[in-house]
Design a protein around this ligand. Structure first.
Ligand SMILES: Nc1ncnc2c1ncn2[C@@H]1O[C@H](COP(=O)(O)OP(=O)(O)O)[C@@H](O)[C@H]1O
Ligand SMILES: N[C@@H](CCC(=O)OP(=O)(O)O)C(=O)O
Length: 383
């Protein structure tokens, strides 16, 4: 099928999320196999060797658990049984990746709920950032033990998009059993043609996607496009490619794509700044001295405790706060790493004193520059 697909340049990237579906790790009804994982791990290893960071979002736990129990495995439709199978299969799935990865792998189990809760979102983000800083390979899967709805949806595609935004990835790569997005489900429509590039996920494009065509896969093309649209809104392009074709997978390592490229809606920074600027009302307010106000107005500095004069409101860690100068004029907005009471205790202190003052530290920045948008530039122009 790839014969119809032109080879194109992969967007430049330094940090990517790679999502691998059950279909690539387990044959229908069968156990885990390294048949396709081998080439995918080769791509990940080559990316690491080139100094790039990768987060792997891998399905396959349910299929692995089922294969372990063989004829004793419970019926496919039973949700509690699927949860048990996932718990059984997580370790073999991780072991498969560890056997193929040149770097140590770390298991990260997440639910959508973890990522909706601000505090847990920040904790997940700092764990993943910490793992990437250690140059290990985080392998993320849904925590099926508690994620009943998510297991029903089988939604690791959407989880991969959320993780991509979480770690600030520049690219989301979704490996599937099919080599591209087609104009219609090719299993049902023999006239369906592959699409090399999607500029915008319009309702017409979304309507092309049907459900999964197999027993072990759960999401189908629909959840892949949902994931691409989440990534696009966060400024991250998505590529869909055939994970069964070793030539396609190897070409990715040379930054060449044979598959579908779905453009991002905006740059990552524009998307983030747009969100910070237009997010609902800030939960509180931090006042800063003239030096900090000037630094923050430039849009590239983090807010450190030393420049803080005080805090108003009862915001929590992870809440959006407004940052105002001594005259009460808003200079920036951002996500605060500390709760209001903690900020008040840290006001005017040096970053190195954080642990002594609080007894713990979430980092030297009260608001990290990645989580901050200046409301005006020095020249008075809105950015
Ligand atoms: N428009 C479409 N283009 C490509 N594939 C489609 C389309 N609509 C539905 N599909 C189906 O989606 C399947 C891929 O999703 P899925 O089986 O969930 O795989 P995975 O386990 O890799 O997530 C394809 O094999 C195909 O049958
Ligand atoms: N968490 C489940 C997978 C759910 C899922 O999204 O599957 P898939 O559509 O194959 O990516 C598992 O590990 O089996």
């Amino acid at each position: 099928m790839s014969a119809h697909l032109p080879e194109q340049a992969l967007p430049g990237w330094r940090c990517a999320v790679v999502k691998v579906g059950s279909n690539l790790l387990a044959a229908d009804g069968g156990g885990l196999t390294d048949r396709y994982a081998l080439a995918l791990a080769g791509f990940i290893n080559a990316s690491h060797a080139a100094g790039r960071k990768v987060v792997l979002v891998s399905s396959g736990a349910v299929a692995a658990g089922r294969a372990l129990l063989r004829e004793h495995a419970p019926a496919a439709g039973d949700l509690a049984a699927r949860q048990a199978l996932a718990a059984l299969g997580q370790a073999p799935m991780i072991a498969l990746w560890q056997s193929l990865s040149a770097r140590p792998v770390a298991q990260v189990l997440l639910t959508h709920d973890d990522l909706r809760n601000r505090r847990r979102y920040l904790n997940a983000r700092s764990t993943l950032r910490g793992l990437l800083a250690l140059d290990v390979l985080p392998v993320v899967n849904e925590n099926d033990t508690v994620a009943v709805d998510e297991l029903k949806l089988g939604d690791n595609d959407n989880l991969a998009a959320i993780v991509a935004a979480l770690v600030d990835a520049d690219l989301l790569l979704i490996a599937s059993d099919i080599d591209a997005l087609y104009s219609a489900d090719p299993r049902r429509d023999p006239q369906a043609a592959p699409i090399a590039r999607v500029g915008a996920l319009t309702p017409e494009v979304l309507a092309m996607a049907g459900g999964s065509g197999s027993v072990v896969g759960t999401g189908g093309m629909r959840t892949k496009l949902e994931a691409a649209s989440k990534a696009a809104a966060a400024g991250i392009p998505t590529v869909l490619f055939g994970g069964r074709d070793a030539v396609t997978v190897e070409a990715l390592g040379r930054d060449r794509l044979r598959g579908t490229l779905i453009d991002a809606a905006a740059t990552r920074m524009q998307a983030r700044k747009y969100w910070l600027r237009h997010a609902p009302a800030a939960a509180g307010c931090i006042s800063v001295d003239a030096g900090a106000a000037h630094a923050l107005a430039g849009g590239r500095a983090s807010l450190l405790p030393g420049g803080i004069a005080g805090a108003r409101g009862e915001f929590q860690r992870g809440d959006l706060v407004e940052i105002v100068d001594a005259g009460g004029k808003a200079v920036a907005r951002g996500l605060c790493q500390y709760a209001a009471g903690e900020v008040r205790r840290l006001a005017g202190r040096h970053s190195r004193d954080i642990e002594a003052v609080l007894g713990y530290s979430y980092g030297s920045e009260v608001v990290h520059r990645d989580d901050l948008v200046a409301l005006e530039t020095a020249g008075g122009m809105t950015v």
